[in-house]
Design a protein around this ligand. Structure first.
Ligand code: PEP
Ligand code: MN
Length: 346
C-alpha cells in the first residue's frame, strides 16, 4: 500500500507510479478516502527493487506491504504444514529439550559422557556439545576437531541425537560427515548469508535440523525470519528459531532476554521456537526463571547449557550451565506449562 506525503497524488505522480509498477507486472488501485487517498499495489509486491524505486520518489511517505517478504517461512504459506521431529518429539506437540555442555573439553571426555547420560536421564531429547566455539578473544579456547568424536561417541552411548555449532565450511563438512542430527548457527553467524546459503544447500532434502539463533544485533523480527528464509530457500526448511538474548544487555544479565518475541515469531511464521535461556541471562541462578518465562510465552522448547560439574567445565559452563538435577525438575515444570497452554488454546 503506497501512502503519499500529500493527501493524494497528482495525475503526473500517479502516472509515474503506474509506470514503475507496470515494469514489475503490477497495477495500481486507487482507494479513495474522505480525507486522503492511498494506492494499492496489485500483484506481487515483495520485490525489493520495486519497493525501493517507489520509496525513492520524493512525494511518497512510505509503503506498507501486506505480503510477508519471506515466502517460505510465512505462517500462511504451504510450509506451515511442515512437520519437524527429532528425539521422539514432534515439535509443537510436546516441548523439545536440548541440553548439554557449552563446550566439550577434549581432555575430559568422561565429563561429557557423564553429562550426556545425566541429561538423558533428566528427560532431555537432544544432546548439545560445542566442538568449535566462537569466542570474543582469540586467546580463548577455540575448539578442537577431536571433540567431535566425543560427541559422536556420546550419541552412540545414549541414543540421543546431537546438536553442535558450525562456523565455516570445514566444520560443516565434518559435522555432516559425522551425521550430526542438528546444526546450530550461532548468534554471530546469524547474518552470515554465505554460510546460511551453504548450510541450507548442503543439508537440503536431508533430515538434518537447523537451530538458527537470533543475532545479538538483530532488532526486527522480520530480519530474523529473513535469515531463516535463506536456509529454506536453499533447500532445508527444517528450522528451529532460537531467541537467545540481544544487545544492549540488561544490567547483570549477559544479554537482553528476548523470549518475549516468541508470540511475534509465531504470529508471522510457522517455524517452531526454541528459546535459549542460558545465553539470554548468562548466569546459573537466573536460567530456570527465564526458561519458564519462555514457555509461558509459548515456546516449543528450550536449549539449555547443562553440565554434570559446571565448575569443571570450560567455555560458558562454569557460570551458566545448570546441573542435571535442576534440569530434571525444570523439565517437569516446562511440561506442565506446555500442557496448560494446550488446554488454554483448545
Ligand atoms: C553456544 O550455544 O554456546 C553459543 C556460543 O551460542 P550463541 O551463538 O547464542 O552465543
Ligand atoms: Mn555457550
Amino acid at each position: 500500500m503506497i501512502i503519499p506525503k500529500a493527501p493524494k497524488l497528482t495525475p503526473e505522480q500517479l502516472a509515474e507510479v503506474r509506470k514503475i509498477a507496470a515494469e514489475f507486472d503490477c497495477e495500481i488501485g486507487v482507494v479513495v478516502g474522505a480525507n486522503r487517498n492511498i494506492y494499492a499495489i496489485l500483484g506481487d509486491e515483495r520485490r525489493e527493487l520495486l519497493l525501493n524505486r517507489l520509496e525513492g520518489l520524493l512525494y511518497i511517505d512510505r509503503i506498507d506491504t501486506v505480503d510477508a517478504p519471506f515466502k517460505l517461512m510465512d505462517r500462511r504459506g504451504a510450509l506451515s504444514r511442515n512437520v519437524i521431529q527429532i528425539g521422539g518429539v514432534q515439535l509443537g506437540k510436546s516441548p523439545l529439550i536440548i541440553a548439554g555442555h557449552c563446550t566439550i573439553d577434549p581432555k575430559e571426555p568422561g565429563l561429557f559422557y557423564e553429562t550426556a547420560a545425566a541429561v538423558k536421564e533428566a528427560g532431555a531429547h537432544v544432546l548439545r556439545g560445542g566442538v568449535w566455539k566462537p569466542r570474543t578473544m582469540p586467546y580463548s579456547y577455540q575448539g578442537d576437531d577431536g571433540a567431535l568424536n566425543i560427541l559422536v561417541e556420546a550419541r552412540a552411548r545414549t541414543g540421543l541425537p546431537i546438536n553442535l555449532e558450525v562456523m565455516d565450511s570445514h566444520q560443516l563438512d565434518l559435522a555432516l560427515k559425522a551425521k550430526a542430527d542438528m546444526i546450530q548457527i550461532g548468534t554471530r553467524n546469524a547474518l552470515n548469508y554465505t554460510l546460511l546459503k551453504e548450510i541450507g544447500a548442503k543439508t537440503a532434502h536431508t533430515s538434518t535440523l537447523i537451530l538458527l539463533k537470533r543475532g545479538r544485533h538483530m532488532a526486527p523480527v522480520n530480519e530474523f525470519l529473513a535469515c531463516a528464509e535463506y536456509l529454506a530457500a536453499n533447500g532445508n526448511p527444517n528450522i528451529l528459531l532460537c531467541p537467545r538474548g540481544t544487545l544492549p544487555t540488561l544490567d547483570t544479565y549477559r544479554n537482553h532476554p528476548d523470549e518475549s518475541i516468541t508470540p511475534l515469531l509465531k504470529e508471522k511464521s510457522w517455524a517452531p521456537v526454541i528459546v535459549d535461556p542460558s545465553h539470554s541471562v548468562g548466569h546459573i541462578e537466573y536460567v530456570p526463571a527465564c526458561a519458564l518465562a519462555a514457555m509461558a510465552y509459548g515456546a516449543d522448547g528450550l536449549c539449555i547449557e547443562t553440565h554434570i560439574h559446571p565448575q569443571k567445565g570450560i567455555g560458558d559452563d562454569p557460570r551458566q550451565a545448570i546441573r542435571p538435577s535442576t534440569l530434571r525438575s525444570l523439565i517437569q515444570e516446562v511440561e506442565q506449562i506446555h500442557k496448560f497452554q494446550n488446554r488454554f488454546k483448545a
